[in-house]
Design a protein around this ligand. Structure first.
Ligand SMILES: *[C@@H]1O[C@H](CO)[C@@H](O)[C@H](O)[C@H]1NC(C)=O
Ligand SMILES: *[C@@H]1O[C@H](CO)[C@@H](O)[C@H](O)[C@H]1NC(C)=O
Length: 214
């Protein structure tokens, strides 16, 4: 009994030792493999970070050059001329400038004569309007509702051609709209095709641009 027990005990010990050896071998193998993969990953990440650092440095250099740090540079500007004269523009009727010369950001809609702000900020608008001798116009820039006048331009009926301009600065929220309306019966001259060298296209026009985003 004692011999058998002893032999079994040795066998058991041998098996345990063998198992421990196998386990540590296997473990070493797995750990080495994992460590190699992990190291390769870390190296990849480190080189990616170097790339990101380079890009960040380039972006910061650009931002300090353009003075736009902290905000995204937005470009919004338009200009359109009036093609068809408005001979009887009545109260609250929109003044439409059909011929789009510039429309960066596509804020200006030449079917309705409306400019819509894509971002909140300060905007500048200018208009120049002509009218024939003995006619008059009274117009206003309006914001969001036809009665919310933010600027006014007029020409009384004297016996000479008249061309007048005005500029308005206003703050707009994103989605706000600006357009021009007549505030009493008005006559505004559009494109006079017979004028030489394209001057006929510039009797009446509108332009606007984003001065600065908020
Ligand atoms: C993984 O590899 C590194 C570098 O060769 C070594 O310093 C580290 O001890 C290894 N880790 C393991 C768990 O083997
Ligand atoms: C403008 O009105 C005045 C006064 O009635 C007239 O003498 C003049 O001929 C008119 N001008 C034009 C271009 O019709």
């Amino acid at each position: 009994m004692t011999t058998i027990t002893f032999t079994l005990g040795v066998r058991f010990l041998q098996m345990v030792l063998l198992m421990v050896a196998c386990m540590s071998l296997a473990e070493g193998f797995v750990m080495d493999g994992a460590n190699t993969t992990l190291q390769a990953r870390v190296q990849d990440l480190e080189s990616m970070l170097v790339g990101v650092d380079g890009r960040l440095a380039a972006l910061e250099a650009f931002q300090s050059e353009c003075g736009c740090k902290g905000s995204v540079a937005v470009h919004s500007a338009f200009m359109a001329t009036m093609a068809n004269s408005l001979e009887h523009c009545t109260k609250n009727q929109a003044v439409i400038f059909e011929d789009v010369k510039l429309n960066i950001g596509n804020g200006y809609d030449n079917r309705h004569g409306i400019f819509r702000a894509s971002v909140a900020g300060s905007y500048a608008f200018t208009t120049t309007l002509s009218r024939p001798p003995n006619f008059s116009y009274h117009v206003a820039f309006v914001q969001n509702v036809a009665t919310n006048e933010i600027s006014y331009l007029y020409a009384d009926p004297i016996n000479m051609w008249v061309e007048r301009s005005t500029t308005v600065l206003t703050h707009m929220a994103a989605g706000d709209e600006i357009w021009m309306v007549c505030i009493s019966d008005s006559h505004i001259t559009g494109n006079l095709n017979h004028y030489a060298e394209g001057a006929g296209d510039f009797h009446s026009h509108i332009s606007g641009f984003l001065v600065g985003a908020d």
